[in-house]
Every structure is written in C-alpha cells, then in structure tokens.
Design a protein around this ligand. Sequence first.
Ligand SMILES: *[C@@H]1O[C@H](CO)[C@@H](O)[C@H](O)[C@H]1NC(C)=O
Length: 320
Amino acid sequence: MSGVSFCVLLFLVGFTIVALLWWIRFPKAASIVMRGQHVIITGGSSGIGLALAQLVAAEGAAVISLIARDPEKLAAAQASVNAYSADVKDFASVKKAFEAACSESGNVTAVVLSHGVAVPGTFEDTSIETMEHMLDTNLKGNIHAIKAALPFIKSSKSAPASIAIFSSQAGQVGVYGLAAYSASKFALRGLAEVLQQELISRNIRLSLVYPPDTDTPGFAEEEKTKPELTKKISGSSKSMDAMEVARNALCGIKAGQFSVHCNFEGLMISTVGAGMSPQPSWPRAVLEVMTMGLFRIIAFFVVKGWYTTILLSQQEKAKK
Ligand SMILES: *[C@@H]1O[C@H](CO)[C@@H](O)[C@H](O)[C@H]1NC(C)=O
C-alpha cells in the first residue's frame, strides 16, 4: 500500500470514529441559560458556593437564592440575592427553604448544590458520629435538596434546566484518610446517573462537578487534622483557587456537561473513569476513546507511588 492511500485510509477510519461518536453520544450538549432566571445555590455562604454566586450574578441571573446554615448576605450589584437558612441534613428545613425561595422568586432554572463537609482522619481514628455527619451532609443533603427542588425545577421558566451536584476528586479516586468522605462523594455519581435518566424527558440536565482541593475556609479547617499521608497523596500543597474552580464549574454546568472537571488532572481522572456515564460533548467523547488506555497506564504509576508512600510511612511508624 502506498503512503498516500495509507493516509487516506487513516483519515477515513478517524473520520468514521468521530462521526460515530458525534452521533451516538447521549444526551447531547445543551445550553443552560441563566440570564433573567432564578438560580438557587446551597452552601453559598463561603468558598466555592460564594464564588459561584458572584459568577452567576455576573451571568445576569435575575435572582440568586442562597441556602446555607449561616447564609451571608452577598452584595452582588447585578442580581438580587436572598438568603435562606437551612441545614441540608434536615429534610424539613431544606424543603421549607426551597418553598420559600421559589414562592418569593419564582420557579428555579438552575440548582447548584455546592455544600459539603470533610473531616479527614483514618477510618480507625474517625468516630461513627463524624462519619455519619459527612454521609448525612454530603449524600443525604443532596438527596434532600433535590427532592425539595424537583417540583419547582420541573416547571422552570426556562428549559433546559440544570441540577448541578458537587462531588470531589475524592469522589473519583479513593484517598487515604478520607473513607467516609470518599464514600459519600462516590455515591453522588450513582445519584446523578440515575437522576439524569429519570429527568431527561423533562429537559433537566444533571452535572456532577469534581473539584480538586480548593483554597476555602472549609479546606483550611480540614488541613488542621489532616493525616500527613492524606496531604502527601492528595498533593494538598497545590490547592486551587475557589474562583477558578467556580469558573470551570459554571462553564461545564452551562454547557450541560455531565462530568465537570476543574483542571487538567481532573480531565485525566474523568476520562479514565468515564465508565458508563453520559458524555454530551463530542470532542470529549473522542478524547475518552483515544486516551483512556494511555491515562490508565499513567494511573498505574500514580497508584504505585501512593502505595509506596503509604507502606514506607507505615514501616517508619512501626519502627518507632
Ligand atoms: C411553579 O412550580 C409549582 C410547583 O410545581 C407549580 O405549582 C406552579 O404552577 C409553577 N409556577 C409557574 C409560574 O410555572
């Protein structure tokens, strides 16, 4: 075979793969419009949630409702902001907050669930109460909020509507010292995959955001009790800026992305772990098919590195 016909063949095979993926991916990309809409953000009193509220205001949202335990009044010149106090762990209080927000500001087009709590420590050293606190906030808190939001998002003013859930990179990768946290965040993927199937005919898009360690007040608190190994493995020295995370998250949410990463490392983790989840973006579908094997090889090296670190540290501890 001549070089020219080989190139033509290669081009045809590539073109066929791209065309196939462009056609087969489902649900397809969508554009979530926030301008003039009511947007609800949980956990909006600090960190990523607060940064998101500022960006959503700049998008031209009509009203932003913040639901948090201690919601702080956000000064956003561009949008009117209301704050509701609720504990996501308590369904009755969350339900009341969503009802109040939607009766005041109309049915909601985008719900962004950015609340969450992490208390690092090994499984052995973490009390049942602390683990339940994480599961109740991170997993049940999302179930409560979505259950409360659904009646109002089903009849949103604008379609498609969006429910965005904040998982974590520790919801894609188990990280030493974060057992209950990782479990609660992994569970959100199951929740989001099922909800996307159940809500697709209502034109509601699910987004699952996977932020890395982010420079927030909550993160500073976690650092105090974080085991050394957790810091080493998660490389927590290079945490991301909250506004940068919020910007990436909002970009993915607006595009109707199912899996939303916040940096290149996040893109690699999402790609290698795509599994059976939806991929609305065709370039990312192509990327997944072309690079999954390569990223898996890189993952083997990373995992080997972690185990080496863990074993060395445990041997040192045993010697003492
Ligand atoms: C808002 O949602 C509620 C609950 O589903 C519904 O009863 C109401 O008709 C909706 N309002 C508008 C203006 O669509």
